[in-house]
Design a protein around this ligand. Sequence first.
Ligand code: ATP
Length: 292
Amino acid sequence: MALSLPTHSSRSLLPLPPSTKPTFPTLRRLNHRVSLVTASTPLLQVNDLRAKIVESNVQILHGVNLTVNQGEVHAIMGKNGSGKSTFAKVLVGHPDYEVTGGSVVFKGENLLEMEPEERSLSGLFMSFQSPVEIPGVSNDEFLVMAYNARRKKLGLPELGPLECFSYLMEKLQLVNMKPDFLNRNVNEGFSGGERKRNEILQLAVLGADLAILDEIDSGLDVDALRDVAGAVNRILTPQNSLMMITHYRRILDLLNPTHVHVMDKGKIARTGDISMVETIEAEGYETVSAST
Ligand SMILES: Nc1ncnc2c1ncn2[C@@H]1O[C@H](COP(=O)(O)OP(=O)(O)OP(=O)(O)O)[C@@H](O)[C@H]1O
């Protein structure tokens, strides 16, 4: 296999000793050392978040409240057009939206004051509903650049080509992907399912304190869904958290959410546990949203 890993001004090309091997939990521990979050403070605290579409001035989020603690798995469900993806995109700083009110604190810091890149480097990851192609940039180049940027933010030396190779191979195995994915341009020519799997590879490589997965289950066949859910479960630790947007129960059964929220008209209308999904499936969203 020919990996086209970029060259780096890395301080060392030798493999790191086992104690400093760049695993996801190592990143997390260091990340926590530089953040203000403690086990008793929420990882993410959203209060009365309001946002509009920049181009049209149409208000989409009408006061979202949500608290995510370390180790929790939150599912966000809701009717089409209720604002789920907008909420996720506002959290990562998508330029299509402008925050018009409320606050978001992530790891003890004001998330809304951070540039999108800073949000990502500080441990917020989002997989988009329709992952984009990046023509001319190979997957391995992209992953290595992004991973080294995160290491730099954490005060760690960049990884050289050999270290990157073994790190990426380890993560490929974790998500059950073939190595030739690395040499292809990011998402170019990927099937819908391959794109989703590639998003999980990015998550595995970069790590995150909070991963937001927007309909990661859509378009996956049953085996791919099980694979992707298995990979997400292997990535999750008691310290990191997941927020997933979905319409379907099958991924919830595989990822066991601690909280299920129903979004309606740009607000969280109801919060419960997995048992609420049965009501939603039997009676639709009207009953659940109306009984708040
Ligand atoms: N960039 C945008 N330009 C125009 N309209 C937008 C934009 N972003 C969101 N909207 C509109 O805001 C509303 C909420 O959209 P959003 O994608 O957040 O809904 P959703 O709950 O994720 O829906 P679905 O379940 O169908 O994915 C929709 O009416 C959508 O058309």
